[in-house]
Ligand binder design. Structure first.
Ligand SMILES: *[C@@H]1O[C@H](CO)[C@@H](O)[C@H](O)[C@H]1NC(C)=O
Ligand SMILES: *[C@@H]1O[C@H](CO)[C@@H](O)[C@H](O)[C@H]1NC(C)=O
Ligand SMILES: *[C@@H]1O[C@H](CO)[C@@H](O)[C@H](O)[C@H]1NC(C)=O
Ligand SMILES: *[C@@H]1O[C@H](CO)[C@@H](O)[C@H](O)[C@H]1NC(C)=O
Ligand SMILES: *[C@@H]1O[C@H](CO)[C@@H](O)[C@H](O)[C@H]1NC(C)=O
Length: 341
């Protein structure tokens, strides 16, 4: 926007202006230093934490192929308002590591949701607002649905992504299937070899294809790609898609929870959901089709001009969603949703 307004200035004036700080600068904001916690799900979870230790907790959950740095500009907006903010790397990403070599590298929805609660247990956080996008939506959906007593509010892009495995082979229309091309490539040995040899190239391709008009910088891609250097990254990414398409079994340790999730449990805690308009794989909706999954207060929004990586592309909007959920009543009763985020 600022760049556009510059274009209307005379050339001689532009050349005398000081350098403008834009997203193309060399160092995009980076969440560091990290903390570490061992969990009952047998991970050493690397996470960033900021804000007052007695503040109301918010846990921010990233997606694929992204990293915790997607939230770098969201975190200060929350800490300024007194929130304690926790931003974990998912299993397979960044410095989060498996404690044991033989733990199945499962990325099934039951495992990812369990990791969030296990991290809360490990760092003694009783209750938090959960907010996520992409894979992070799966995580916060599962954690909020199954452990409502741990959830003080739920914020999710694309509303509800808990899967009933019985529907895994029910096709969408051809155009929607084509947008999911990478799910199917990841079923193959060729896809596995490709992701292993060039994880950054895959991220670039997916960022370009999955968000309309997103002019991300090479510096932000470079920063994010450091999260793909994890030795379990490829296994975890492949397993996420293979498990959802029934080409990889789940970890038996989560069999009971996995079966429970097949029933697509409803989310009873207060929720704010949104669909970014420039997201390709999950096109924007008005939220009515997913209303049946929300039994508590819920507000839904469409986000114009925003792509899949909502916290990075629209940090104020993402933070506003958290403030909005915190304004909703905990149970039912009267509430009014804001006009927009
Ligand atoms: C996590 O567990 C590992 C292996 O048992 C141990 O070496 C490490 O010190 C633990 N880390 C924390 C933060 O407790
Ligand atoms: C947190 O602790 C600070 C310093 O003791 C205090 O001023 C503040 O009111 C506390 N905040 C909450 C939410 O309890
Ligand atoms: C991204 O860059 C293209 C080409 O420079 C431009 O046409 C487009 O408006 C930009 N999009 C955004 C969202 O800034
Ligand atoms: C999952 O979906 C199938 C097919 O629509 C349905 O028959 C089944 O009842 C669902 N499973 C559960 C546990 O709700
Ligand atoms: C929401 O979208 C659905 C499907 O596109 C449509 O049938 C419905 O009328 C819309 N509802 C509202 C309240 O706009």
């Amino acid at each position: 926007m600022r760049l556009f307004s510059l274009l209307s200035l005379p050339i001689w004036l532009v050349s005398t202006l000081p350098a403008i700080t834009t997203a193309s600068d060399a160092s995009p904001p980076h969440l560091t230093p990290l903390k570490y916690a061992n969990t009952s799900t047998l991970l050493n979870v690397a996470y960033y934490e900021a804000g007052p230790s007695n503040g109301s907790a918010v846990i921010l959950v990233h997606g694929f192929p992204y990293s915790i740095d997607a939230f770098a500009s969201v975190v200060p907006l929350l800490t300024e308002q007194g929130y304690r903010v926790i931003v974990p790397y998912l299993r397979g990403y960044g410095e989060t590591s498996f404690l044991h070599p033989y733990t199945p590298r499962s990325a099934e929805q039951a495992a990812l949701g369990s990791d969030l609660i296990a991290l809360m247990d490990a760092i003694h956080v009783d209750k938090a607002i959960f907010a996520g996008y992409d894979w992070g939506t799966v995580v916060v959906n599962v954690a909020a649905a199954v452990w409502p007593e741990r959830c003080n509010g739920h914020v999710a892009a694309n509303s509800y992504l808990i899967q009933n495995r019985s529907t895994a082979w029910v096709p969408l229309d051809p155009d929607s299937e084509a947008l999911r091309w990478y799910y199917y490539v990841f079923l193959t040995a060729r896809g596995a070899a490709g992701l292993a040899s060039d994880p950054k190239g895959w991220a670039r391709s997916l960022w370009q294809k999955n968000s309309i008009g997103w002019n991300f910088t090479e510096a932000y891609l470079d920063l994010t790609a450091t999260a793909f250097e994890n030795p379990d990254y490829v296994d975890i990414v492949l397993n996420f898609y293979r498990n959802r398409l029934l080409y990889a079994p789940g970890d038996p340790a989560y069999a009971d929870l996995a079966a429970r999730l097949d029933a697509q449990p409803s989310i009873s805690v207060r929720s704010v959901t949104f669909d970014p308009d420039n997201s390709v794989v999950f096109p924007p909706t008005n939220g009515t089709a997913t209303a049946k999954y929300f039994t508590g207060p819920r507000c839904h929004f469409e986000l114009p001009g925003v792509g899949e990586n909502v916290p990075y592309q629209a940090p104020e909007t993402f933070a506003n969603a958290i403030f909005a959920v915190d304004d909703l009543p905990l149970k039912g009763g009267h509430y009014v949703c804001p006009q927009s985020l």
